[in-house]
Design a protein around this ligand. Structure first.
Ligand code: DQQ
Length: 484
């Protein structure tokens, strides 16, 4: 019953293809609920993406590991569920987030088992199957039965494992009874028996922060990066860049990778080459009734490639493989907007990529996307270089009252260059955007009108000069009702 749609996932996808809010080039399961990316892994020429999946309904619940794989990070094949809860075991009520590592040729998943909120052991499963379709849970489970002294009982989860010389290291998300959010460090020789080394790093963040979920800890260029998801209010994803001596991490730079209620629980890995790749969960922005009616919830970001800028801040951009989805392009080599001028761009659609350079903006440059001709629905992006502000305004994205309305404004970095590069990905209800790869925002948009698919640019309170305005229609990776 739970898996009938995996017998023919494409039929399930086809059945939902008429939904204009359903993304056509971002990964999502055939139907029902997905949250965190798990177990990102490159194996025998394929990228594997596991994900938190509730196969029963489009709401969070009894979590399994869904599974898909790809040869290019962009086009995905659905596979049967990889990890199911096992009655009477450490994951009887859910297989929660974790990672996959190569243990001497044996792909090994280390994840959180959920029994109850106070009982979340660390679990191990291995796969001898070249396609990673079959997993066997370790007889040694649970490999870490519970949290160390001083840690809140409900805050111990999301193992992230890596190899360091001849040792395995692991971090887990948690919080101390004394009030700090923390990332705990463990080590092991065999992935089975683990020793607690103490906190890798802890910090007191402002209320209502309770714990750090889904820690990722990885080298990037000559630095180490720690990513944490801020729980419980899904306040965004925070990063620290710093030094690591094998036991402790001392950050010297920090900030939000993205601060918005739609982006959470990312996972970062090197996947078969030198690039450091991130997938993140894009949450829905509509109420449960409309999610139930849609039959699906949760999308992955496009994979992002991470780097550091010259000031040591974390930067991101969509992987270059996403370019393979570009189709027809509209190109305006130069676009000068006088103060107050508003123009309609020569392309429309719900699956688009937009890229342009802003060489000058005296006031605010405004880009409207998924906009209706009468202006009743529009998603508005505002860039004001002088005020260093970058806004994604979702207040008029949809006429539906079942949709969240909010506005996110973030500051552009102090040392922002004069010329800005804006990238925008639009895919049904998904929007991801970047300024200079330094600032990333994400959102969810659910316009109700058939004609809410136009693009406008305007200059407010001063002229704006743009260069190389490029708009591509993006191809679908899933069945779509649009022919061609
Ligand atoms: N989602 C998982 C947990 C993790 C949370 C459960 C983050 O392991 O802490 O679905 O979204």
């Amino acid at each position: 019953m739970t898996e009938e749609f995996f017998d023919d996932p494409m039929a399930t996808r086809r059945a939902l293809a008429g939904d204009p809010h359903r993304p056509l080039y971002h990964f999502l399961p055939p139907r029902n609920w997905m949250n965190d990316p798990n177990g990102l892994f490159f194996w025998q020429g394929r990228y594997h993406l596991f994900y938190q999946f509730n196969p029963f309904r489009p709401g969070w619940g009894l979590m399994h590991w869904g599974h898909a794989s790809s040869t290019d990070l962009v086009h995905w094949v659905d596979h049967p569920i990889a990890l199911h809860p096992t009655e009477g075991s450490g994951d009887s009520n859910g297989c929660w987030s974790g990672c996959v590592v190569d243990d001497g040729g044996i792909p090994s998943a280390i994840y959180t088992g959920f029994i109850s909120p106070m009982d979340t052991p660390v679990m191990l499963a291995r796969s001898q199957d070249p396609n990673l379709l079959v997993w066997e849970k370790s007889p040694a489970n649970p490999i870490i039965p519970n949290q160390p002294e001083g840690i809140n009982e409900t805050d111990f989860r999301d193992p992230y494992v890596w190899r360091e010389a001849d040792t395995w290291k692991m971090v887990l998300g948690s919080s101390f009874k004394s009030g700090e959010s923390a990332v705990l460090l463990y080590e092991s020789k065999d992935l089975i028996s683990w020793e607690y080394l103490g906190p890798l790093f802890k910090a007191s963040m402002k209320d209502p922060l309770k714990m750090w979920e889904c820690p990722n800890f990885f080298p990037l260029e000559d630095q180490y990066v720690l990513l944490v998801s801020l729980f419980p209010d899904i306040l965004g994803v925070y990063y620290y860049v710093g030094d690591y001596d094998g036991r402790q991490f001392i950050p010297h730079t920090e900030g939000y990778l993205s601060k918005n209620p739609y982006f959470y629980a990312p996972q970062v890995r090197r996947l078969g080459d030198d690039r450091t790749i991130l997938f993140g969960w894009l949450l829905e922005g509509r109420d449960d009734k409309s999610i139930d009616a849609a039959g699906w919830a949760g999308v992955q970001t496009m994979p992002w490639e991470l780097g550091l800028d010259e000031n040591g801040h974390l930067i991101s951009r969509p992987v270059q493989e996403a370019h393979s989805l570009r189709q027809e392009m509209a190109h305006l080599p130069k676009l000068d907007l006088t103060e107050g001028e508003r123009i309609k761009l020569p392309m429309k659609g719900r699956q688009l990529e937009i890229e342009f350079a802003v060489s000058e903006a005296e006031g605010t440059l405004v880009l409207e996307v998924l906009a209706s001709p009468d202006g009743s629905e529009k998603t508005v992006i505002r860039i004001d270089p002088a005020k260093r502000s970058f806004t994604l305004d979702l207040c008029r994205s949809s006429l539906s009252e079942q949709v969240r309305q909010d506005e996110q404004t973030i500051a552009l970095p102090l040392e922002i260059p004069k010329e800005l590069l804006l990238r925008v990905l639009i895919d049904g209800s998904v929007i991801e955007l970047w300024v200079n790869d330094q600032v990333a925002l994400t959102g969810r948009i659910y316009p109700s009108g058939d004609r809410s698919d136009n693009l406008y640019l305007s200059a407010v309170e001063g002229l704006a000069k743009l260069e190389d305005v490029k708009i591509w229609r993006m191809g679908a990776i899933w069945p779509s009702t649009v022919e061609g």
